[in-house]
Ligand binder design. Structure first.
Ligand code: PLP
Length: 302
């Protein structure tokens, strides 16, 4: 797509607010040359940032792994995000019946790269990081996907062994996701050495005999913000929750199989490869997690 044909979504680049067609970075940006950067995707409900502190904490962890300093304070990040959220609503929302505007559900995408330098694999010290933030519309699962669950496929986890870093080096994830896209499936559930890791852009949960199981928080998975959220929801709901290695057989024998991510929230997988999972419908644990999730959204503050 030619840059000038991009939609005029509001964005922030290195201190200046503009729109996607006008935002430009150097060809020598290490994000472009090496994928040398990190990112975050923060959901926004009715104009309010959801789990912002948790996303900021994960951003700090990813930056520390790459030895990039965080160029903005938490208050500055919040200020940029809130400004883009308001700008997005201002530029896209139609007036409601009474003339009032309803804040929309959005995603705030944050990307920080190491900055601009002549090409050399060695990490140059003291570069000015490149900071990019944009607002876009949230595209949640459809009503049909929520009601029926979705189909996913499995694949070997061929990504690198630092999956815990939310880096913009995403070719492994792109290849993985394409495996499911090629057959019209919603996600690719990956296994490493016969054990569940995660999906291309989501975490994966197994429900068996009423317990929610997920892979451990280690270097082989990206710890989604929903890890701790589900843990606390399960605790409050009296649903047993356990993190441990989960075998491929256990995945296929699940009563319920779930995806989680900022946009999917929690979404049932009802078919995996050519097998029906459980009774082929989204199950009761999925419904309870989703209901509690909606209450958490309603209670969230910016
Ligand atoms: C590889 C991977 N795992 C898990 C997740 C889910 O993370 P979160 O719940 O924070 O959106 C994502 C989100 O993009 C991801 O890319």
């Amino acid at each position: 797509m030619q840059p000038h044909l991009l939609p005029p979504l509001p964005c922030y680049l290195n201190g200046a607010y503009s729109t996607l067609p006008d935002a430009k970075v150097s060809v020598m940006d290490r994000g472009f040359i090496f994928g040398d950067g990190v990112y975050e995707v923060v959901p926004v409900y009715a104009g309010r940032l959801f789990c912002f502190a948790e996303h900021m904490a994960r951003l700090d962890r990813s930056l520390a792994e790459l030895r990039i300093r965080n160029p903005l304070s938490r208050d500055q990040w919040r200020e940029v995000a809130l400004k883009l959220i308001a700008e997005f609503d201002h530029s896209t929302l139609a007036d409601g019946q009474n003339g009032a505007k309803t804040p929309s559900d959005q995603l705030i995408y944050i990307q920080i790269t190491r900055g601009v330098a002549l090409r050399d694999h060695v990490m140059p010290a003291d570069l000015e990081p490149t900071v990019f933030v944009m607002a876009s519309a949230m595209k949640p699962p459809t009503a049909e996907q929520r009601a029926q669950g979705v189909t996913c496929v499995t694949a070997d986890d061929f990504r690198w062994k630092k999956a815990h870093i939310k880096t913009t080096s995403l070719l492994g994830a792109v290849f993985s996701r394409q495996i499911s896209a090629d057959v019209g499936a919603v996600e690719t559930v990956m296994f490493r050495d016969g054990f569940l890791s995660e999906a291309a852009a989501s975490n994966v949960w197994v429900v068996r005999n009423g317990t929610v199981y997920g892979p451990p928080r280690d270097h082989l998975v990206l710890e989604g913000i929903r890890y701790s959220l589900f843990e606390s929801i399960c605790q409050a709901e009296g649903i047993p929750f356990e993190l441990r290695r989960v075998s491929r057989d256990e995945v296929f024998a699940a009563d319920e199989l779930l995806l989680s991510s900022a946009t999917k929230e929690v979404l049932a997988i009802t078919r995996l490869d050519d097998k029906v999972i459980g009774d082929g419908k989204p199950g009761p644990v999925c419904a309870r997690l989703l209901a509690a999730y909606q209450r958490a959204k309603a209670a969230s503050e910016s």
